[in-house]
Design a binder for this molecule. Structure first.
Ligand code: AMP
Ligand code: MG
Length: 390
């Protein structure tokens, strides 16, 4: 059996960064920028007023000084003339500063009678002018790779970038296996349960930027599993759920092997999720997750999400561990690395009482996975431990 770290290295060998595609700016949020993009213009493209007021010469600014208003500069419509001595131009936020002016007295510091204004309050040293290119200049770049945030979308729009090169979304096909499973909304028989893992994993992987296809549930027969693998064609990653253990109905290993899977590994020294297999089926990476719902979800966090991030070209594929103090003591750990469902709150981190890997209700209450090394000794309240937020 290999460690989580060794498993990850092998899993990363199965996938590589995908090609890029162009999407409209309106669809870019949440995608991964694949190439640097750069501004095609300066912002602002001209020196602009940052306030409503009067543009004039700074050398003439003093309390009680009077000026003749000779025109108006509005946002989108500049004053074409020149400001001379003793003259002012009415100006609004975002409007170009007229030639000859180098100061904006804010409206609140003036009194206007007809064409004349008087400075009635000490204006202070601030010019209220935004120099041309103060935000960015032509050629300023936004660097790839990065997950595009709403703020980046706004910046790209201002830079006049209407389409954005992003990493293609990795296509992940999810296959649930088991005669006992039906889809949510279906009528389960007395010995049946509802397939849950596929839906949790779809949500998890899509929030990380994958495009997920849930395939029909495969029965515990060779023919049904083969048919499911057939439907997964074209995916970048095929994930089976369940059937990965050693029971009579655990057919995933046999069937995938018969279809030509080159196995990379089987079994990881961890809890939950020991029976995890991985390999390559032609061009497609394949991961066989254990069926227990908590195992499948935890393996999703630990293995599938980093694989998706790698395909997206994201540099930081692993979420860094965080530190917290135990709010309650915990027992010594066994021989396998353990990812315990835990709740982090203001008074520290607390491992959930029941760590059975079938309990989705416990997982849904948890907001952290408390990470234990193999043979980690018992820990006392207040001890520092590592965790991953979920
Ligand atoms: P298996 O690995 O197929 O032996 O499954 C282990 C346990 O997980 C069994 O109790 C299954 O019923 C359950 N299980 C397997 N797949 C799923 C699934 N997609 N959703 C919910 N439970 C599942
Ligand atoms: Mg099964």
């Amino acid at each position: 059996m290999i460690t989580v770290e060794e498993a990850r290295a092998l899993l990363f060998d199965l996938v590589s960064p995908l090609a890029s595609e162009e999407v409209p700016l309106t669809d870019a949020a949440g995608r991964v920028l694949a190439r640097d993009v750069s501004a095609t213009r300066d912002q602002p493209p001209f020196a602009a007023s940052s306030m409503d007021g009067y543009a004039l010469k700074s050398a003439e600014v003093e309390l009680h000084a009077m000026f003749k208003v000779i025109g108006e500069s509005a946002a989108g419509r500049r004053f074409e003339g020149r400001v001379g001595a003793g003259q002012a131009v009415r100006i609004f936020t975002g409007a170009p500063i007229p030639e000859g002016a180098d100061f904006v007295v804010i409206q609140e510091d003036t009194d206007r009678r007809g064409d004349l204004i008087t400075i009635t309050e000490e204006p202070g040293p601030k010019t209220n002018i935004r120099p041309a290119g103060i935000d960015f200049t032509a050629g300023t770049t936004i660097q790839a790779p990065r997950i595009i945030r709403p703020e980046d979308v706004a910046l790209m729009a201002a830079m006049n970038i209407p389409t954005v090169p992003v990493a293609r979304k990795p296509v992940v096909a999810l296959i649930s296996t088991g005669d006992e499973l039906v889809m949510p909304g279906d009528e389960p028989g007395p010995d049946q349960i509802i397939a849950s893992n596929t839906f949790g994993l779809k949500a998890m992987l899509e929030s990380a930027g994958a495009q997920v296809r849930i395939l029909p549930i495969a029965k515990d027969t060779v023919a049904s599993l083969e048919a499911a693998f057939g439907l997964a064609a074209g995916a970048d990653l095929v994930v089976t759920i369940g059937g990965a253990s050693v029971g009579e109905y655990d057919l995933v290993a046999d069937v995938s092997q018969a279809l030509g899977m080159e196995r990379s590994f089987y079994k990881i020294r961890m809890r939950p999720g020991k029976p995890l297999m991985a390999g390559r089926l032609g061009q497609t990476a394949m991961v066989g997750l254990p069926g227990n719902p908590v195992s499948a979800m935890v393996c999703g966090y630990l293995f599938l999400l980093p694989m998706v991030r790698r395909m997206l070209g994201i540099e930081q594929v692993l979420m860094p561990f965080q530190r917290a103090q135990l709010a309650e003591p915990i027992d010594k750990n066994g021989p396998r690395e353990h990812y315990m469902r835990a709740v982090l709150s203001e008074d520290g981190i607390r491992a959930c009482a029941d760590q059975d890997s079938s309990l989705l209700s416990v997982l849904a209450q948890a907001n952290a996975l408390l990470v234990r090394d193999p043979h980690d000794p018992a820990r006392a309240k207040g001890d520092e431990v590592l965790y991953l937020p979920i």
